[in-house]
Design a protein around this ligand. Structure first.
Ligand code: FNR
Length: 368
């Protein structure tokens, strides 16, 4: 029997429910990682290697964890990251996430491969709600230019170019489920016949350009005024290069463990990146985001202590949406806010700008 929503006490609970109620092929697509799923598991468990060094006797009667990401004020330092094919989990698709994001004043990143059309998702936003675009770069740059400039004209506030997927990873759970229904918008955005025998992911991704390189970045800067963020950066050398080419941000991410297996977790890479940026005095030249395996407010706090501006969260909201629709995503976000308030108090910080590296013990990370 399906638990009632109030029986979900944390983000992992939604995963357990979704596993029982989702269509098998949809579950396979959302939950799969690449190859042996070692990176996917590590994303979550890497957070367990970091411990707190809380402060005591600090006035934490009032706790404020609002923050700013790319100039946007948010209630809490996370955003809904881009995940393709929202209608696999819920008949209304990504607009459900849009509505929850509005309610909690968090940013939503719209995927190129959304089930809803881009305009439907923009239209679902209200007032000054902020959305970003996740971009898969098409071999046909005219198509890419059109997508980017349309997003900007509709008021999108950030361009996240996915750079960890020159070829889609091999997600065997997804491949085995012999996926058939990719949803209409996705087929037309790729403009090519799809081969579903390789699973959902591969069926919809044949348009992505594996020749994309650093040389293309100036072109992106020339076609848009939106801040440009590289999503899927995995080593400090590439963060330095990102600063040098003048992009506004990077997401330290391995695509939720769905691309290169044995890629390190974003939080592990963050611990390597920030000291180098600080040494160069570059920490204000670029905004660093992290995603992958974030399930608890303590995970968010750890990332912020180490220097991230914010974190992306993917699967938990898909599972909450698939299981309970809007009330599910609403509750998932509220649970994170409640956890955030309590844990900020317990580590002795009343605002996000007080979070700093002395509050965490990272000796358990393998880099040390
Ligand atoms: C993704 N992710 C992703 N990323 C991207 O740049 N473009 C995309 O189309 C997708 N699609 C997608 C689908 C599904 C089902 C998942 C689970 C993930 C990766 C996503 O943006 C993010 O990097 C991870 O999901 C973060 O990890 P968690 O929070 O899911 O553990």
């Amino acid at each position: 029997r399906m638990p009632i929503l109030e029986q979900c006490y944390n983000l992992m609970d939604f995963e357990a429910v979704a596993r029982g109620v989702m269509k098998k092929s949809a579950w396979a697509y959302y939950s799969s990682g690449a190859d042996d799923e070692i990176t996917m598991r590590e994303n979550h468990s890497a957070f367990h290697k970091i411990w707190f060094r809380p402060r005591i006797l600090v006035d934490v009667e009032k706790v404020d964890f609002t923050t700013t990401m790319l100039g946007t004020k948010c209630d809490i330092p996370f955003y809904v990251t881009a995940t393709a094919l929202g209608k696999l989990g819920h008949r209304e698709g990504e607009v459900v996430l849009t509505r929850a994001a509005k309610k909690h004043n968090v940013v939503q990143m719209i995927p190129t491969l959304a089930s809803c059309s881009f305009d439907e998702i923009m239209d679902a936003a209200q007032g000054d709600q902020v959305q970003w675009l996740q971009l898969y770069v098409n071999k046909d740059r005219a198509i890419t230019k059109k997508i980017v400039q349309h997003a900007e004209s509709r008021g999108c506030k950030g361009l996240f170019i996915t750079v960890d997927a020159p070829q889609l990873g091999r997600r065997e759970k997804d491949m085995r489920s012999k996926f058939t229904d990719t949803g209409s918008n996705v087929q037309s955005s790729s403009g090519e016949a799809t081969d579903n025998s390789q699973g959902a992911a591969r069926a919809i991704s044949s348009f992505i350009d594996p020749a994309l390189s650093w040389k293309d970045i100036p072109w992106f800067k020339s076609i848009t005024k939106m801040p440009i963020i590289l999503k899927g950066v995995q080593r400090v050398e590439d963060v330095i290069r990102a600063v040098e080419v003048g992009v506004q941000g990077v997401v330290l991410s391995n695509h939720g463990g769905r691309q290169l297996d044995f890629a390190r977790s974003g939080i592990e890479v963050l611990a390597e990146v920030m000291p180098v940026l600080r040494e160069r005095g570059w920490e204000d030249r670029i905004e660093i985001f992290v995603d992958g395996g974030v399930r608890r407010a303590t995970d968010i706090i750890k990332a912020l202590c180490l220097g991230a501006k914010g974190v992306g969260i993917g699967r938990p909201f898909l599972y909450a949406m698939s299981s309970y629709g809007l009330p599910g995503v609403d509750r998932a976000m509220q649970l994170l806010k409640d956890e955030m308030e309590m844990n900020m108090r317990l580590i002795g910080c009343s605002s996000v700008d007080q979070l700093n590296p002395t509050l965490v013990d990272t000796r358990g990370l393998s880099m040390h």
